[in-house]
Write a protein that binds this ligand. Sequence first.
Ligand code: ADP
Ligand code: MG
Length: 257
Amino acid sequence: MKIISVVSAKGGVGKTTVTATLAHALARQGARVLVLDLDPQNALALHFGIHPNEQRGLSRATLAQQTLRSVVMESASGAFIVPYGIVNEDDRGRFERLVENRTDWLTNHIQSLGLPNDTLVLIDTPPGPSVYMKHALHCANLVVVVTLSDAASYATVPMMQRLVQTYCMNRPDFLDCLYVVNQVDKSLQLSKDVTHLMMETFGDRVIGLVHRDQSVCEALAQDRSVIDYEPGSQASSDLRSAAERINQRLQAQPLVA
Ligand SMILES: Nc1ncnc2c1ncn2[C@@H]1O[C@H](COP(=O)(O)OP(=O)(O)O)[C@@H](O)[C@H]1O
Ligand SMILES: [Mg+2]
């Protein structure tokens, strides 16, 4: 099993879209995939055709001392999903306090699922430092940092590097930190400049330049993944190739432990 945590310092950069589409793409490429939503927004479920009123998820399950197995749901692409779930503010606070100091809470929950060895687990997170990002980084074999191709997003990259340094770099099972630049628009000089800077700084670690593409928003409105809704679109092609790069990265260098 490999755990891939998708993170960003800023909100609205496309983390949930990238997590969901990578999961669909990897599942379509034949991988066994489980996606887990660690964001109280509970938005990931919408990308998997889960009904918006569905309350079950990892927050409620943890508070009720149930296993994650009871809240694993299957989606049309074959990927399995564990939503965050719907909780009121009191319960969200209780949940966050409960897991705050349990370093291995997420790792143990994922292990308890007894997933086959070849499973890829993708984790979506809320933006910026939080108890959720801490857990997601603590158990990640691969981290995927999502940024926009703008100056504000680029300025937050060092903060993400520090967090990855703190929670990942000293673990023997940590493989790499990769980057996806989202909403690239080649008609804008700034977008081209920031993309160029990211490529220059991180080289091969930039696994995806995902173009700004209307079909991404349309797909969500149709309750579908963009790779099913508009397979020939630029964003679909960009995200499919990012999924392939993840596969290559996992195969190129087996984990130490
Ligand atoms: N490549 C893209 N092209 C066009 N719109 C996009 C793209 N990626 C994301 N979006 C849109 O940007 C908004 C924020 O995306 P979302 O995945 O919710 O971000 P986050 O999870 O980082 O908050 C959504 O409306 C989504 O449809
Ligand atoms: Mg999100």
